[in-house]
Design a protein around this ligand. Structure first.
Ligand SMILES: Cc1cc2nc3c(=O)[nH]c(=O)nc-3n(C[C@H](O)[C@H](O)[C@H](O)COP(=O)(O)OP(=O)(O)OC[C@H]3O[C@@H](n4cnc5c(N)ncnc54)[C@H](O)[C@@H]3O)c2cc1C
Length: 273
């Protein structure tokens, strides 16, 4: 069942209009029912981002379907359809929520699933096919720019840098429940607390793979990312590692991606949607 506070599906189906929900949010603020920050954030997402994305889609099609700025070609791993196949608890819970409800909230889409896909070099088109097939609110005009442009940095036409996160971010943000809003869990109650990997270790078999994947991604794409003023200071964080530490980071990341099994038993027809 979808979270009852979820608006994307009825909005995308045309059952709700963007101006209607934006006005309702403003009225709720004026009645004192919600805070200014909540009302402003909601209106900004609906008018400022959702409607902008719609324009982006029409401007960038048809090339957006095959955009692949980072030349990422790894096929979709099997755990996207079978979440028990990954040991990463954050991914298992986010993908599990999609399997159960055809929904997971924005941070899971962007910073758990999208982040992992970017850092492991998954093919943006394959990831887009999964999002399109698996989510109740997926329509190509909104799914494709969010997945290929925003989450996987398959194009720099409307985003300036990739969204990347190591385990520290995931641990900090772990309070969000996989199915959407809801009480923020107390510290140490998120997926990291239930995971077999240690978010505080960078390399080795017990380290959360997100740490090595993060630094390995920066290392692999250093030349491109250093040209970006917002990424430059982050990329230069690599310089604090010795040659041995960097070799261990590369090895841990390589071992992780080499352990992925790809899905071979499904195909997606974009023109059939
Ligand atoms: C990788 C990825 C894939 C996504 N795929 C889709 C998709 O297929 N369909 C879809 O409708 N949204 C998609 N989004 C955007 C966003 O995650 C969902 O709109 C949101 O999670 C829906 O839940 P909600 O209604 O509870 O949103 P809230 O968090 O309550 O946001 C309110 C409304 O703002 C709008 N909104 C917020 N963020 C975005 C955004 N980035 N782009 C467009 N509209 C936004 C939506 O209409 C949403 O209903 C995707 C985001 C990412 C990062």
């Amino acid at each position: 069942m979808l979270n009852s506070n979820t608006y994307s599906t009825p909005l995308n189906l045309g059952l709700l209009r963007p101006d209607e929900v934006a006005r309702a949010a403003v009225e709720a603020y004026e009645r004192g029912a919600v805070s200014l920050a909540s009302a402003e954030g909601f209106v900004r997402q609906v008018i400022g981002w959702r409607e902008f994305i719609r324009g982006v889609y029409w401007k960038l099609m048809p090339g957006l379907r095959t955009a692949n700025l980072l030349e990422a070609h790894r096929p979709l791993p099997d755990f996207f359809w079978n979440p028990e196949a990954t040991d990463l608890q954050c991914l298992r819970e986010a993908v599990g929520s999609v399997r159960e409800t055809a929904y997971t909230h924005h941070i899971n889409r962007l910073m758990i699933i999208g982040n992992y896909a970017t850092m492991t070099g998954l093919d943006p088109r394959a990831v887009s096919h999964w999002f399109w097939a698996a989510f109740a609110d997926a329509y190509e005009w909104v799914e494709l720019p969010n997945v290929v442009g925003m989450a996987l940095f398959g194009t720099d036409a409307f985003t300036t840098r990739p969204y990347l996160a190591s385990a520290a971010y995931v641990k900090r943000m772990s309070g969000l429940s996989a199915k959407g809003r809801g009480p923020v869990a107390a510290k140490n109650e998120g997926p990291c607390a239930r995971c077999r990997f240690d978010p505080d270790q960078r390399t080795g078999p017990d380290a959360c793979p997100l740490n090595a994947l993060y630094w390995n991604f920066l290392d692999q794409h250093r030349a491109r990312l250093e040209r970006n003023v917002r990424m430059r200071p982050i990329v230069r964080g690599l310089d604090r590692y010795s040659a041995d530490e960097l070799a261990a980071i590369r090895r841990t990341a390589r071992d992780h991606v080499n352990g992925l099994r790809s899905t071979t038993d499904w195909a997606f027809d974009e023109d059939a949607g």
